[in-house]
Design a protein around this ligand. Sequence first.
Ligand code: HEM
Length: 276
Amino acid sequence: MALPHGGVSTDTKTVTYASYLDLDRLLAAQHPSSDRHDELLFILIHQTKELWLKEIIHEVRLAKRLVRSGEVEPAYKALARVSRIQSIMTLSWDVLATMTPADYMSFREGLGTSSGFQSWQFRTLEYLLGLKDASFLAFQDEGSAPMAELKGALEAPSLYDDALSRMAAHGLAVPDEVLNRDVSQPYAPSPAVEDAWLAVYRDTARYWELYQLAEKLVDLDDALLTWRHKHVLTVERIIGGKPGTGGTAGAAGGGYLQRTLQRRCFPELWSLRTRL
Ligand code: HEM
């Protein structure tokens, strides 16, 4: 049994499958607001997403530490694991899509104004990857643990900042104003950073480590966008053009969700491709 300080208890005789996994609490954590059959699926899909996000955040933090300390190769393993989890998360939209508009409307009122929009783990992941937008802090309570975690991720360098530092360590010309920027602010794409990535992609043998890292990052960005696309499609399938419970225009063209499809965590890794 794992102990808070990271050791392992020698008293393993009392450990059972249920106690190790804390199943009593896990399986008692579903509280439908109605007696409608489909609400359990709706809750479980969201809960599994939060569990997977917990693991993804755990892996991205490891990858960040490794990239920062120059141990880039071991970071690939963590990032590859993240990509696999993202595939599962994207697939789970197909499970949710078995819930019809009529099924959802039968319990939607019970959700009040709650929305995936308020997921602090989702925002923590966005911040860790480099999508900084302080406005999402407003959804967490001041002084709470989620707020502390979110603020910590907002104010720390992102995985992309770590990769750019690594490029500088390889002697590539990453401007000081990029390396020393205020990391809590949204990242502004830089022509000089694009040039530096271009140098990596034009001489992959020389910059193999950075080239591999770049492609792993593109895997993550690609999978996050695929997840977002499938979310918007599922939203349209289930509520059409209706507004969301969180108050946005929902899947409507030009609305909030459509605009999120433009977000890129690692913009120059996309833009350089035109110039190759
Ligand atoms: C009936 C199914 C669903 C509908 C109709 C729906 C609708 C929406 C809408 C309209 C938004 C924009 C904010 C708002 O106005 O509420 C949103 C945001 C979000 N939803 Fe869903 N959603 C559904 C299921 C899910 C599920 C199952 C997940 C996770 C597994 C999820 C995760 C999110 C996240 C993370 C956001 C924030 C996206 C961003 O800001 O980039 N949603 N959802």
